[in-house]
Write a protein that binds this ligand. Structure first.
Ligand code: MLT
Length: 428
């Protein structure tokens, strides 16, 4: 009677597992000052222009004349139009407001989009990858069995030092390809040439690209594409996801958008019409006040304030990356991205390093294996902490790393390391 595919997935979601381990550590060490560079949750408060828009919208809801109940499931036109004007027109991408669907977070939409595709559609993901793409397809029964950390029917596109952490085209045909740039977790970006190759692949194979651009506002290099629709022909093969979470501190407010172009026709069917049908059945829209808040980032003041916050996080990212590199760790990301990715020092695997970092430096990061098998020996640090905490964290990191690197080839497990440090109870 129940969906048997839930039985095949690992019992807990990556970030829930990390949070649980941190709670365990904190209850065992109540006095510890734990610095959080794990989940990419923002710490800057909402921009003043966003707060003003929220207040105004709340006042509208308090007045019978301007009160609004259910909104359009696809989003209010004022926000769809603002996204077209603010995000796509400046790139020369010909996107129409009717192709923009307002959502409550890129997490929901990237998880739900797979409902448009057949139960036996083949799926490829960059490895490592944001776990939502994989888990949502696993729940739908598309990925086969999970053994030794790998799904039997999932096409993994390994990203490592050798290919500059860029997914390479699959050897044969796949139906769906998830791409993310700037990438979560590696912090690397895809170039215009990379994206053009992917669009050509999708056109040749009749594949659909699911392009997650949630971190696009962190791109500062002019030659790095911010949207897949900068590539000619992409509107015939790609769906794109954008988000206000990291751009404008909306991780708590919840607002995002998904672009499903009209030209995207698969097996003679319009995915735009399908997604519209899906949303009107299963979703009643992002709250009006939140959509008003999101639209405020496209005003002159909002834009400037949000930019200052992004620059703040980018400064943290550069700091983390530079301190790691200064300690001989070959870290990537952190320039057009809030994430820094690196091979764990001292020959530790990613959970061992997670434990060492938590127990010996009281820093929370995210173990690479949670993003896929290629992340088994890698680690992600996030730049979304406060600048003060990031400064403190990099000092602790700078102290910890040489002691790990000096470890013998068979490095102690985190538990052994912690035992020699005498004060831990957290398990790896
Ligand atoms: C992350 O840390 O990867 C993200 O914050 C997770 C998310 O956006 O859902």
């Amino acid at each position: 009677m129940i969906n048997e595919h839930f039985g095949t997935i690992p019992p807990s979601y990556l970030f829930s597992e990390v949070a649980q381990r941190v709670r365990d550590y904190q209850s065992a060490h109540p006095g510890a000052r734990v610095l959080r560079l794990g989940i990419g949750d923002v710490t800057r408060p909402l921009a003043p222009a966003v707060v003003d828009a929220l207040h105004l919208a709340v006042d509208e809801q308090a007045d019978a004349e301007s009160f609004r109940g259910y909104g359009p499931e696809q989003g209010y036109d004022f926000l769809r139009e603002a996204i077209v004007a603010g995000e796509y027109a400046p790139l020369g991408a010909d996107i129409d407001p009717a192709e923009i669907f307002i959502g409550d977070g890129a997490k929901s939409d990237t998880a739900n989009i797979q409902e448009l595709f057949a139960a036996d559609a083949s799926v490829a993901v960059a490895d490592p990858v944001y776990p939502v793409y994989v888990d949502s397809n696993a729940m739908a029964g598309r990925l086969g069995d999970f053994r030794d950390g790998r799904w039997s029917r999932l096409v993994y596109l390994p990203c490592d030092e050798g290919n500059g952490y860029r997914p390479q085209l699959p050897d044969g045909h796949v139906d769906l390809v998830y791409l993310c740039s700037p990438n979560n977790p590696t912090g690397t970006t895809l170039s215009r040439e990379d994206l053009a190759e992917w669009v050509a692949y999708a056109r040749e194979h009749g594949a659909v690209i699911l392009f997650d651009a949630a971190y696009r506002e962190f791109i500062v290099d002019a030659d790095v594409p911010r949207s897949i629709y900068e590539i000619e022909g992409a509107e015939e093969v790609a769906i794109e996801f954008g988000s206000f979470s990291k751009t404008a501190g909306f991780t708590g407010l919840r607002c995002s958008w998904t672009v499903v172009p009209r030209q995207l026709i698969v097996d003679g069917v319009s995915l735009q019409a399908m997604w519209s049908r899906r949303q009107s059945t299963k979703f009643n829209g992002t709250p009006y006040i939140v959509q008003r808040a999101a639209a405020a980032i496209y005003g002159a003041e909002g834009r400037e304030q949000v930019r200052a916050d992004i620059d703040y996080y980018l400064r943290n990212a550069a700091l983390i990356r530079d301190v790691l590199r200064g300690r001989g760790v070959d870290a990537v990301g952190g320039d057009n991205s809030p994430y820094v990715w690196f091979r764990c020092p001292g020959g530790l695997d990613s959970w061992q390093f997670f434990d060492a970092l938590l127990e010996r430096a009281q820093i929370v990061g995210t173990p690479g294996v949670g993003f896929g098998p290629a992340g088994a020996d890698h680690f992600r640090l996030s730049a979304f902490g406060t600048h003060e905490e990031t400064l403190e964290a990099v000092d602790r990191l700078a102290e910890l790393i040489p002691s790990l690197s000096a470890a013998p080839a068979s490095a102690p497990t985190a538990a052994e390391a912690a035992a020699s440090d005498s004060d831990t109870t957290t398990e790896s």
